[in-house]
Design a protein around this ligand. Sequence first.
Ligand code: SAM
Length: 291
Amino acid sequence: MAAIDGLPPLREVIAAHGLSARKALGQNFLLDLNLTAKIARQAGDLSACDVLEVGPGPGGLTRGLLAEGARRVLAVEKDPRCLPALAEIAAACPGRLEVMHADALELDPLAHLTPPIRVVSNLPYNIGTELLVRWLTPPEWPPFWESLTLMFQREVAERITARPGTRAYGRLAVLAQWRSTARIVMELPPEAFTPPPKVRSAVVHLQALPEPRFPADAAVLGRVVAAAFNQRRKMLRSALRGLAPDIEKRIEAAGLRPTDRAEQVPVEGFCALARELARGQDPTQTAPRAG
Ligand code: SAM
């Protein structure tokens, strides 16, 4: 039996280390090791990869990642109460698990991990979208990660994978689908977690594309989609008014209609608009009409 299989059940670990869940840290733990192994498998073959896990908590998913053969796992946890439980897992897998007591928002992954790198996490809901947006919008592409396999509230997972023309389509969909393929690979009911959250959850798998689907500057695109979806019921010409004095001309130069609403604009259209806005104040150059 592998040493990791000899570790005590997670309920015992939680009781032994007094890990009562804290809402402020987004703590909803996965205690079923069959389930955590299944989530780990959604990330594919990990035997040649370093894995970044944000928020290992008592280590259910960490155990799944190690049991599924991850070359090395860096587990970054903010709650110091979890560290002794994680140290027991590290001791059972010499050289394969590094536990870091840190805030994931402050971490530079490349300082601690060797590519190829995959990210697999049951994210704390309060920083999940912020981390995702950061991972999707580095200035240079490809990013430090090959794939992201992430648990979100189901509603957030739907927003990441939504198609244009749907209510869920917005900033997350555009940023995710611009530079990756994103799909929901698992759904989980509240009872899968301890304590159960109020909502259903889902695992999203995002595979980084070698190149973005359409050229655009990440920062400009980020500003355009944030403004467009901030007032999603308004026409582009009003929602984007603050971005340039001649915004209507630029929208047209990008091949879009000033009367369109953000929800109708495909990723290609937002990229064309970001390129127009990046041209500075000279709107005379035009881009092909977005499809
Ligand atoms: N991975 C564990 C599991 O599946 O059972 C726990 C998941 S729980 C949803 C989220 C974890 O993220 C908690 O352990 C929490 O303490 C940790 N966390 C919250 N904010 C964090 C941050 N800023 N940086 C690192 N970890 C954080």
